[in-house]
Design a protein around this ligand. Sequence first.
Ligand code: ASP
Length: 349
Amino acid sequence: MNTLPKILLLYTGGTIGMINNPETGALMPFNFEHMASQVPELNKLGVELDAITFDPIIDSSDMRPSYWIQMAQIIYDNYSKYDGFVVLQGTDTMAYTASALSFILQDLSKPIVLTGSQLPIGTIRTDGKENLISSIEIAADKKDGKAIVPEVCVFFENQLFRGNRTTKHNAEYFYAFRSDNYPALAEAGIEIHYNTSALLPVSNSKQPLFYKEMDQSLAMLRLFPGITENVVNQICNIDGLKGLILQSYGAGNVMTDKWFTEVMQKTVSKGVYVLNVTQCRAGGVKMGKYESSKGLIDAGVWSGYDMSLEAALTKMMYVLGEKMNRTEAEACFKKSLSGEINTNLILTD
Ligand code: ASP
């Protein structure tokens, strides 16, 4: 009987999937359906590997919510047939994809590991092989017959991160991602060491919950010293706006100008959901800590706590897509769905 773990690899595009055309020397997409002949190490992994190439293959700068749903549908349709999933995509928007997938597919019992590389898999110094091989190992790893990492995560340069906690922070070096507000889920050395207390529990459900609607009627307002009333007004009055991610300073602070508080009040009273996240990479929003954020509480702006910008944006798309009313949306932003918020911050709010 064949008891090898079965892994499905989904190649969506990006640098990792490139090799040099032996005739022209130019980079061209790699055929993942024949990957074992190009990455022979895969034969020694002790897993049964199938691959699907996304249609279309994209540079991740072209990523959009409909592609996230398409990826999730492939995983959902194949969920019972595989032990784990590895998604290859470009690094540029990987943190957004990982965050989005963690809200689109909830209640997981199997790993969904995203990875990519800074150098094409067909080049000599590539980081792609290492990332691919370790991601497959992680997707296949089990303890007592259950997946060790039942989450959407990102593997890069020896570290496994919770997907909705990641941000791309380096466009040059191999350590492209950071997760400043949550510890790494695993470190790959000679062996893979799991940070078991940091992992989400394994769901008992046979299929994940699949939320297929992501509403894009949202905007982002990043404050900067000198931002004018006109700019803030234009953004808050965009036609059809339903959600606004306010990127504030430090622990959630904004300028105390009367006009700003008034615009926020008007925006909320029009029915727009406004979520406050910090521009800082680490730490989170603590509204009311300083005078300058008290006005936001009165205006009905919600705290994004320590959520990353990528998680806040995609959670807002999910909340709007689910057509939650104000009370439901507020309750949803006050809880962690897939580990995107430190719940102690909510309790001490
Ligand atoms: N522009 C590429 C992409 O994100 C970069 C990469 O593959 O990492 O698709």
